[in-house]
Design a protein around this ligand. Structure first.
Ligand SMILES: [Ca+2]
Ligand SMILES: [Ca+2]
Length: 287
């Protein structure tokens, strides 16, 4: 009797233990196929993808080292941990990433970090990113970049002969010599629009748009957003200038700069813009 109870308990124990053992065995099987990372002191220095096309970077990684995933042409997606601060130069060049979500903790993106990811279509640069250098060279499909950082010292830093302080933002180029084939829309915070266009004024094939104009029609003089330039726009702009209306599309209203050397929108609305708008309306009436 005792023997049979013992046998019964032993078999129950075996059944119970079989479940976790089975799961472990499966884990081990898939672990064999999973990517293997070399990580030292929070720096991911290299990877063996083992045929995987997507990877999840481990939580303890703070820096992805230079060239860590370079030439991993089979890599199609990557999930970054919150806590990651730096993506090193050439870290993901010549991969096959189609979309990338960068973590809010990110501060630095190295030169050519995502170069030649020809399937990459859109990307958002988080607010905390203070430095990057031509990260998207050869990303020929990249047509939508969004910047979150509102930093009114971008230009000062660029012009400073003393070099940037540790926490100053320094943005150097998007595409380098190898520009996007499509016109790339670059959305930036309204409040610092002019900072961005001065920083990136030599960037070919990139069109900078204030965030408030996303999904709106961009048309010089269309202050009320009805996709037409008419006397109604002039009235609205006049009301704006005397403080009776605040709801205007400033980007469309900013027709002239008071600074002759600026050949782009100055981010400031004045009576000169109203005069220019009235000319537009009148000329349109004459045509
Ligand atoms: Ca209009
Ligand atoms: Ca203006």
């Amino acid at each position: 009797m005792k023997k049979s109870i013992l046998l019964f308990m032993t078999s129950v124990a075996m059944v119970l233990s079989a479940v976790p053992f089975g799961a472990n065995a499966e884990d081990n099987d898939s672990a064999e196929k999973q990517a293997e990372f070399s990580i030292t002191d929070g720096i991911l220095t290299s990877v063996n993808l083992n045929g995987e096309t997507s990877v999840v970077i481990p939580d303890d990684v703070i820096t992805i080292g230079a060239g860590a995933f370079s030439d991993c042409s089979e890599l199609m997606s990557v999930v970054f941990p919150e806590g990651l601060e730096e993506i090193g130069k050439n870290a993901f060049d010549k991969c096959n990433l189609s979309s990338v979500e960068l973590p809010e903790s990110l501060k630095v993106i190295g030169k050519d970090a995502f170069a030649e990811n020809t399937e990459l279509k859109e990307i958002t640069i988080p607010e905390g990113v203070i430095r990057f250098f031509e990260p998207f060279e050869g990303c020929t499909s990249l047509s939508d970049i969004t910047f979150k950082r509102e930093d009114d010292k971008l230009v000062d830093t660029l012009l400073s002969s003393y070099g940037p302080a540790e926490d100053d933002a320094l943005y150097l180029g998007l595409f380098g010599d190898n520009v996007s084939e499509e016109l790339c829309k670059v959305f930036v915070p309204d409040s610092v629009y002019c900072q961005y266009i001065q920083v990136f004024q030599n960037e070919c094939n990139a069109f900078f748009i204030p965030e408030s104009m996303r999904d709106k029609s961009i048309l010089d003089g269309d202050v009320n957003g009805d996709n037409d330039v008419s006397i109604a726009d002039a009235v609205k702009l006049q009301n704006y200038l005397i403080g009776k209306d605040s709801d205007i599309l400033w980007f469309n209203a900013d027709l002239v700069s008071e600074y002759p050397y600026l050949n782009f929108k100055e981010g400031r609305i004045s009576a000169f813009d109203l005069i220019e708008l009235k000319k537009l309306v009148i000329n349109k009436g004459i045509e």
